[in-house]
Design a binder for this molecule. Structure first.
Ligand code: DX5
Ligand code: ZN
Length: 214
């Protein structure tokens, strides 16, 4: 089954509770956390995760675009994150392992993320210990960018790694996913699709979420 994770980066932050209730037919709430260092933008942080936790029963999929995430993962878990993902580029391999361990010690699911310029092989040191791998299909930092179709060979390669090494692991794509580009993502082996602007721009959000399932 294909899962849809709308990104609240495209929601109206003055009406965040309402905008989260609008996506209740989705599978996860995707929360984009940016620190102005790892990416050239600043978004939302721990207090916002804590505030939205009681508003929905959907799992919170927290995408940490922050340097040295190991410093903060426990706080994001305590705030209500259910799946917490860290960029492999954000610290040393050893510290990313440490971050994943800290997330698991909190009883939550852990994942790794790769930027467009990062090869598929970068997930290999972590593949046996994660519940999610996220492949960026735009440069992280902003919603509303153009989908990078040239990331599909990487998605296919990581799908084959997952099937061989950790079949329960989810494979998520993030950036520029709409009712057209979702098809190639699904065909390439992704099973979780993040969509920000495509969901929140839609006149009929439940219909758009259905359309994104392919
Ligand atoms: C980009 C974020 C994405 C973004 C996706 O840095 O990680 O989750 O919100 O937005 P769209 O779907 O508009 O590309
Ligand atoms: Zn994201």
């Amino acid at each position: 089954m294909i899962k849809i994770a709308p990104s609240i980066l495209s929601a109206d932050f003055a009406n965040l509770g309402r905008d989260i209730q609008r996506i209740e037919t989705a599978d996860y709430v995707h929360v984009d956390v940016m620190d102005g260092l790892f990416v050239p933008n600043i978004s939302i942080g721990i207090p916002v995760v804590k505030s939205i936790r009681p508003v929905t029963d959907l799992p919170l999929d927290v995408h940490l675009m922050i340097d040295r995430p190991e410093r903060y993962v426990e706080q994001f878990c305590d705030a209500g994150g259910d799946i917490v993902t860290c960029h492999v580029e954000a610290d040393t391999e050893e510290n990313i392992h440490l971050a994943l361990r800290k997330i698991h010690d909190k009883g939550k699911k852990a994942g790794v993320v790769v930027k467009p310029g990062t090869p598929s092989s970068a997930v290999l040191p972590f593949i046996g210990e994660v519940e999610m791998i996220l492949v960026m299909t735009v440069e992280p930092g902003f919603g509303g960018q153009k989908f990078m179709a040239d990331m599909m060979p990487k998605v296919q390669q990581i799908r084959s790694y997952i099937d061989a090494m950790n079949p329960a692991c989810e494979l998520e794509v993030d950036g520029g996913v709409d009712p057209d580009t979702c098809k190639i993502c699904i065909a390439s082996g992704a099973n979780v699709l993040v969509a920000g602007s495509s969901v929140y721009k839609a006149e009929d959000i439940p219909a758009r979420i259905r359309a994104l399932r392919g």
